[in-house]
Design a protein around this ligand. Sequence first.
Ligand SMILES: C[S@@+](CC[C@H](N)C(=O)[O-])C[C@H]1O[C@@H](n2cnc3c(N)ncnc32)[C@H](O)[C@@H]1O
Ligand code: SF4
Ligand code: SF4
Length: 350
Amino acid sequence: MVGQSTRALQHSLQLLRRKVSTWGSGGTVGPHRFSVVNLGLTERCDFHCRFCHRWKKEGIAALDLDRYRGLIDQLSDYMVPPAKLRLAGGEVLLLPELPELVCHASRKGWAVEICTNGWYLDKAMARRLGDCGVALVAVSLDSLDPRVHDELRGKPGATERVLQALEAMGREAPQVHLTLMTLILKQNLFHLVPLVRWADAHPHLDGVFFQVLYSNLGDDWRLRHTNEEVRDLLPPPGETSRVLAELAALKQAGSAIENEPAQLRTFALYYEEPFRLQRRGPCPLAEDTCVIDEYGMLRFCPYSEQVAGEVFATPLAELLDSNAAREQKEQMQRCTGTCYSVLNCLFKEE
Ligand SMILES: C[S@@+](CC[C@H](N)C(=O)[O-])C[C@H]1O[C@@H](n2cnc3c(N)ncnc32)[C@H](O)[C@@H]1O
Ligand code: SF4
Ligand code: SF4
């Protein structure tokens, strides 16, 4: 009886500490709360995209569902609705447990998002994901021309499968937000405006989200554009700025481009001089985002060499209260660089 009430008291104190804790006396970084969690599940993929290194690794082939359910439960204590849980890969649809994980996280109140190359998104998978309450499915498509998309993706038939996937989602899970994810590259630069016009007229698509190329062709993300393979994909600055201005005008005219004009303008600056681009304020990810990779390593900055800890070895509450977590968040306050995350998926206007 006494043991039970002590445990109850400890639990209440722990919850209270989570709610009121601030970092340091100045309280410059607030208590932990997550509105976006990027949960990497596997790097495994059977495409051979020219701009991606993930397929070169073996990656995890199956998930321990109980461990992941437990992790999602712990993360849910810090969730600030409407909170996004991005289940990331690799190709997450290669994981047999993926739909079950989507079901669990949706039930917990997360808006679950996945990005896929579309190959395995057939009717049955679309129905299953829809039934599980997935909030957003993004399908990567860089051009409607198979000679361009299939070549960039190293997979003959990739374009056709994307078109089939969009059809399957529209028919089997029409309530799910369905977008294209499109990279801006030398090879597809002049395909972007026609792609947007096509998407605007598509019966099932809700939008197109553009991304800039970031070098991840190696384990060291700082290699950036020094790599020959990357240089061959970079679009020419002047023409790119013109295309991006055209996309911003389409957006303002009501097109379903999901990037805000400010982000498209930042993309133009980035392609003009990738190394010069600097941010002013503290990293926007420090506030309410965390990243957990496929090995369970927790970071707040996805590019930090240090980890805050391993979520399958230590309770999340303990990791979040650790010095390692505090140090990483403090470093993020000082970072004025730019990176894939703040440019692309987690862009915030400064
Ligand atoms: C890493 S993939 C994982 C999901 C899935 N396999 C796919 O390709 O859609 C997620 C998104 O990142 C994009 N991507 C891959 N490598 C990139 C790079 N070097 N720079 C920018 N975006 C990249 C892909 O085109 C895709 O839209
Ligand atoms: S971008 Fe996606 S489809 Fe292409 S290799 Fe990387 S993980 Fe696979
Ligand atoms: S590299 Fe800098 S801007 Fe990017 S996530 Fe890390 S701290 Fe933020």
